[in-house]
Design a protein around this ligand. Structure first.
Ligand code: SAM
Length: 309
């Protein structure tokens, strides 16, 4: 055990691959947009010693407090922020040219293991699922506000839930659903397990979590501004756990890697990125065996080009 794992149940995913992609070094400046349990941040700090700086952000104040206690280091600046607030926050701190930016999406094992957070159907708890419990609607209230049509879209688009309409109708009929076990039982009453490894409630919980925290919308609006924060030659690495997340990353990277022709009033925009991964990097069998949570991870990496106007 090293300082990156003490007190956190979260094992950083694709750690070696992220370090190879971002090539942290002394004097470098790095941005970890989703600091979580601090595993990647600790490795970035180690590799950029003695004077590299890491700005670590997360929407979850409990994650920030945990990393602050676990990794006291003058070279680590920690701030609570949503992904789509990070670029503005970094600029406000006077940090505008990063050598490396990491986004490791989804949720951490610490969040999953806390019954009171409501992320897991394995623990009895309130159906909350907010990364920041001081704002927004918990999952059970969001369900109350959605009609069956919207609920089935959320299940289909954010969780690839088979029979999304049928599951949405069952959830709708059972409202109010205020606890994790209630939701799990409703799902298992209508969906038969299709695999021994993956419980049918997994995708339903994932879909609701993505909706509660507006994760895809935030990713979509955050990425272009984060790309702008890279210095020429700086690199951005994004780990996605869901096909819809990965599609957004792929599309925004691809667009930024092509020059945009100007039409009419529109300015010609030069390409801003060079893609370093044509297809995403996946975890090895050995990593998945060590850490099954890594199984759906997909890493995409791109490098900032010198932009001359
Ligand atoms: C997979 S964990 C990160 C783990 C971290 N890389 C580590 O090594 O411990 C994902 C983290 O991202 C945060 N997160 C997810 N989506 C977010 C968003 N849209 N804005 C801000 N934080 C987000 C979650 O709160 C969670 O702590």
């Amino acid at each position: 055990m090293n300082e990156s794992t003490i007190g956190s149940a979260h094992v950083p995913v694709l750690l070696e691959e992220v370090l190879q992609a971002l090539r942290p070094q002394a004097s470098g400046r790095y941005l970890d947009c989703t600091v979580g349990g601090g595993g990647h941040a600790a490795a970035l700090l180690r590799a950029s010693a003695p004077d590299g700086v890491v700005l670590g952000c997360d929407a979850d104040p409990e994650a920030i407090a945990g990393v602050r206690a676990r990794l006291p280091d003058d070279r680590l600046i920690l701030r609570q922020a949503w992904l789509d607030e990070v670029a503005e926050l970094a600029r406000a701190l006077g940090m505008i040219a990063f050598d490396g930016i990491l986004i490791d999406l989804g949720l951490s094992s610490d969040q999953l293991a806390a019954p009171e957070r409501g992320f897991s159907f394995m623990h009895e708890g309130p159906l909350d699922m907010r990364f920041d419990r001081s704002q927004g609607l918990p999952a059970w209230q969001l369900i109350e506000q959605m009609d069956v049509q919207r609920l089935s879209e959320v299940l289909r688009n954010y969780g690839d839930v088979p029979n999304a309409r049928q599951v949405a109708e069952a959830i709708w009929r059972a409202r109010p659903i205020t606890t994790t076990s209630q939701l799990r039982d409703v799902v298992t009453s209508v969906v038969r397990a299709r695999s021994k490894r993956i419980h049918p409630a997994t995708q339903v919980f994932q879909a609701l979590r993505i909706a509660v925290n507006d994760e895809l919308v935030r990713l979509q609006s955050a990425l272009p501004a984060l790309i702008d924060l890279l210095k020429p030659g700086g690199r951005i690495a994004v780990i996605a756990f869901h096909s819809a997340e990965d599609r957004i990353v792929k599309e925004i990277f691809r667009r930024a890697s092509r020059a945009q022709a100007g039409f009419g009033q529109a300015e010609h925009e030069p390409a801003r990125l060079r893609l370093l991964t044509k297809t995403p990097i996946r975890p090895s069998e050995a990593e998945i065996a060590r850490n099954p949570r890594a199984r759906s991870a997909r890493l995409r990496v791109a490098e900032r080009l010198e932009v001359t106007i």
